[in-house]
Design a protein around this ligand. Sequence first.
Ligand code: KE4
Length: 425
Amino acid sequence: MRYQRSSALFAEAKKYIPGGVNSPVRAFKAVGGEPIFIKEAKGAYLYDADDNQYIDYISSWGPLLFGHAHEPVIKAVIEKAKKGTSFGIPTEIETELAKLATTMVPNIDKIRFVNSGTEACMSAVRLARGYTGKDKIIKFAGCYHGHSDAFLIQAGSGAVTFGSPNSPGVTQGTAKDTLLAEYNDLEGLKALVKANQGELAAIILEPIAGNMGCIIPSDEFIHGLRELCTQEGILLLFDEVMTGFRLAKGGAQEVLGVDADIVMFGKVIGGGLPVGAFAARSEIMAHLAPDGPVYQAGTLSGNPLAMSAGLAMLTEIDQHPEVFESLAQKTAHLHKGIADVLNAKGIPHQINRFGSMISVHFCEEAVIDFTSSAKGNNDTFKHYFHGMLDQGIYLPPSAFESYFLNDAISDADLDRTIEAVKSIF
Ligand code: KE4
């Protein structure tokens, strides 16, 4: 692979943009080397500034379920753009997407659109605090809910990769209201809830975690958590920014059989354009401005251009639910292929997979929470990441991320990926 043009573009970008990127994980700090710059993408493939082709396993970190530049989405965006992109005045398409989303996802009556997953999670916590009149929340180490202050208390994703669990700029006043528990540790959670009896507004989690690699909740943990919240009058917030519309039409609530009180979305719901959302049953959403006192707003929230991408994407999913099984099968095939290679080479590893989310960890013991996820051998991961990149396979540039398969990836692409693993080790 030649990277000269990307390298020159990175040097130029660093003159004007902090770190040369608009989101830290893209800068390759966790894996070393310099990021590639992408010129265009179509289907399963990325094309970089040096005309190298890659099979893409991040799909823009989740949104592109059917692959890049998916025809129905592109067509909808082009048509809508010709009629204006944003008015700051209600439009019909916002209602169309709201209706479709609330019919696909169980247990939600109303939905508010925002512009990112961060905004969705930040607003959902404010709503939970307004609804319950309580201040404290519990999050789980290794779960990432975006970069608003209340969550950067030991965030997963980028912040953990940088090994700086507490971001400067987050005040102690904010941090005191966010308590930390360990994922999959129900007893520890119960003790924390007991120690803060009557002060908790919400418990927020990624129902299938994707920001410490892919981590699946035990049945005992996720059902015990639901019961605990019901008993204690604590709202259960499912951050489905990754899992929403990726694991099933009804997301993690559907596949786990657990009802959340507020659900947050991002990524897929925007079809590759900036859309986040949070949703709940009517009695909770009635507290949100302008119906209720909990304030939340946004200039570009629900803008028709982004809504057109989201509506096209969710319509595709609604009409082609077979995409979930197709993605699950492809991900299982990849799982088996990589495991066979690493086992044959005697390389200690764990592979976690749920639907089309998968992560490879170079460690001996099962990865069930942030502590075990952090035990992965990062030198081996770096070797793996760059070895795959050099063979035209683009993986997430951090051991604390999950792959996001898209349905444009073919069996031949999967086999080429498995061959690439074989040639590295
Ligand atoms: P955004 O504000 O980045 O749209 O969403 C924040 C967010 C919230 N909740 C979950 C479960 C998430 O995974 C995310 C964002 N995911 C990361 C990837 N792990 C985005 C990549 C990046 O930060 O550049």
